[in-house]
Design a protein around this ligand. Structure first.
Ligand code: ADP
Ligand code: MG
Length: 293
């Protein structure tokens, strides 16, 4: 394409809220064969709310459990932590000060509260700390099958509760994903969340290929694997943990409401947050390449 036609294309895309950083990205977009989509904050709103609190140790009150959860999550910036902090605040729960706070990437958080060790996170975090899950894995599985994310709370390595959150799917994600598939693009979901939750969300939005329980540092490896198979990969994400994958992809798309790191690592920014920007950007790219050679 001529420099003039690229400029026109970049302008056309901007009109529909798709900000293209350079002409190279505009031209590459039409060649994408596989689109990898992050789940949380990309397909979903990224603002989960608490839906279920299951107490698994009846010596504890709901008040004690929610206080422990609020206290440990006060130190985390994860969207799951924000859901806990907001929901407990609405119920008048006051977080207490924890010490020795530590975020364990892809697993959860740990800290000390009133001399007790708190662990809050996924099944892997519990298993690595030898917390017995007893008969409660089935309950977590049931929540995950409902597309919710279950988290386990352990106090002094004893299971205390399961708290689940649900993150609504953006209203136009289903239609936007269908548009990509109608363009012949293979669509894959990529997430750190557990497999059952990821599969349930994927089913709702019409995605059949899912990479779940992927640690942040492994997200870009998945992009590399697809490229090694000969795919031209588009990657769409919003989080800090998506940044390396966005940078490595043939075309990286950041959600405009996402983190600055994601936006800086991407070639294209979807200012409206909607995944329709993907098919819109690809359409402009195709028009640019076909009109003026
Ligand atoms: P993603 O952002 O794609 O969900 P992460 O790698 O950030 O992936 O997290 C993976 C999983 O680790 C989460 O689904 C959750 O189960 C657990 N986890 C991570 N951070 C927290 C946290 N602050 N509180 C509770 N659980 C967490
Ligand atoms: Mg995300």
């Amino acid at each position: 394409a001529t420099p003039m036609s690229v400029m026109v294309g970049v302008g056309k895309a901007a009109e529909v809220g798709v900000l293209i950083r350079n002409g190279e990205a505009l031209q590459m977009a039409s060649k994408i064969t596989t689109m990898v989509l992050d789940k949380t904050g990309t397909i979903t709103e990224g603002s989960p709310t608490v839906t279920d609190v299951i107490i698994t140790n009846d010596k504890l009150t709901k008040q004690q459990i929610l206080t422990a959860a609020a206290s440990i999550e006060s130190g985390s910036e994860h969207p799951l932590a924000q859901a806990i902090v907001k929901s407990t605040a609405e119920q008048g729960i006051e977080p207490e000060e924890v010490t020795d706070f530590e975020a364990i990437t892809g697993h959860g958080v740990q800290a000390i509260l009133n001399g007790q060790k708190l662990l809050f996170g996924n099944e892997k975090l519990m298993l690595e700390n030898n917390v017995a899950l007893k008969g409660f894995v089935d309950q977590a599985q049931r929540l995950a099958d409902e597309a919710k994310t279950p988290m386990y709370l352990a106090i002094d390595n004893e299971l205390a509760a399961i708290i689940a959150v649900s993150d609504p799917i953006k209203e136009d994600s289903i239609a936007a994903i269908e548009r990509l598939q109608k363009n012949g693009i293979r669509v894959i979901m990529l997430t750190g969340d557990n497999r059952a939750t990821a599969k349930a969300v994927a089913k709702k939005v019409g995605i059949s290929e899912v990479f779940a329980e992927v640690l942040p540092e492994d997200k870009s490896n998945k992009v590399a694997e697809l490229q090694a198979q000969g795919e031209i990969v588009g990657m769409t994400g919003d989080g800090i943990n998506d940044a390396p994958a966005l940078a490595l992809a043939n075309v990286g798309f950041a959600i405009g409401t996402g983190t600055d790191v994601a936006i800086e690592s991407a070639d294209i920014t979807l200012m409206r947050g909607s995944l329709h920007g993907l098919a819109d950007g690809i359409a402009v790219s195709k028009a640019t390449l076909s009109n003026i050679k």
